[in-house]
Design a protein around this ligand. Structure first.
Ligand code: ADP
Ligand code: MG
Length: 258
């Protein structure tokens, strides 16, 4: 089964080491929750997997099915099946949600191996309708300009819709901590629960223990000071829910200076 493997990953931002030897394996079909206190490197991990140029991998590797993606640009990684939901999605006046999604899907299809033809307008309409029904979205939403005047919740729903249409092999949802209300968490969680299936591996990154009330991850990982220090299942989720992160700080000490 296809897998995303992160091996002894060390990452620096402007020569400051942030990730310090992180190991993780995600198979398609699995949902992993990656949790941890603020500033611990969660977003660094997400952005590095996607190939953001500011993040320098100084040691270790990121592989899909045994093949390193480190030399690939972000768009190549996207075609290789990695999807990172935008944290702060930009609005694009004049481009509707439906057109944006159709363009993204066709770009994916053209670069598939072997290449596929563009989806017809009619087939796309059917596809979009079925995905929107599944996510309980109003179909008229597809006619709105992308993120233009969207509420936080509508932006989140659009992210999840993008995930549903593109069906990536590995989806990373980085829910940074500021400005995230419980409603947005619920929307993303419900979406992940609905879309979860044998052909998608999901990493839900969050600081918020409460997400575990909404999502049923197969694995829970605690990140601290640039590494994954604890991994478990429901037991670990309950511990985090009841006790937060204080015990992590006590057990692993103060973070190292960057
Ligand atoms: P998290 O998502 O877990 O809150 P981040 O990955 O955003 O953590 O940040 C990890 C560390 O990297 C923090 O100490 C933060 O200050 C630092 N950091 C993040 N982005 C930058 C940047 N662009 N330049 C310098 N340091 C950064
Ligand atoms: Mg973050």
């Amino acid at each position: 089964m296809p897998e995303l493997t992160i091996k002894n990953l060390h990452v620096s931002i402007e020569d400051n080491p942030i990730l310090r030897g992180l190991d993780l394996k995600v198979h398609q079909g699995e949902v992993h929750a990656i949790m941890g206190p603020n500033g611990t490197g969660k977003s660094t991990l997400a952005n590095t997997i996607m190939g953001h140029p500011n993040y320098e991998v100084t040691e270790g590797d990121i592989l899909i099915d045994g093949e390193s993606v480190l030399e690939m640009a972000a768009d190549e990684r996207s075609r290789a099946g990695i999807f990172l939901a935008f944290q702060y999605p930009v609005s694009i006046p004049g481009v509707t949600v439906a057109n944006f999604l159709r363009t993204a899907l066709n770009s994916r299809r053209r670069h598939a191996d072997p290449p596929q033809e563009d989806i017809s307008v009619l087939d796309f309409r059917k596809l979009l309708k079925s995905k929107m029904d599944m996510l309980e979205m109003e179909y008229s939403f597809g006619g709105r300009y992308l993120n233009e005047g969207f509420s936080g919740g509508e932006k989140k729903r659009t992210e999840v819709l993008q995930l549903a249409v593109l069906e990536p092999a590995f989806a990373i949802l980085d829910e940074t901590d500021s400005g995230l209300d419980i409603d947005a968490i619920r929307i993303v969680s419900e979406g992940v629960n609905t879309l979860k299936g044998p052909n998608m591996g999901v990493m839900v990154i969050t600081h918020y223990q409460r997400i575990l009330n909404y999502i049923q991850p197969d694995f829970v990982h605690v990140m601290y000071d640039g590494r994954i220090v604890e991994s478990g299942g429901h037991d670990l989720a309950l511990l985090l829910e009841n006790e937060g992160y204080d015990w992590v700080r006590e057990k692993y000490g103060q973070p190292l200076e960057a």
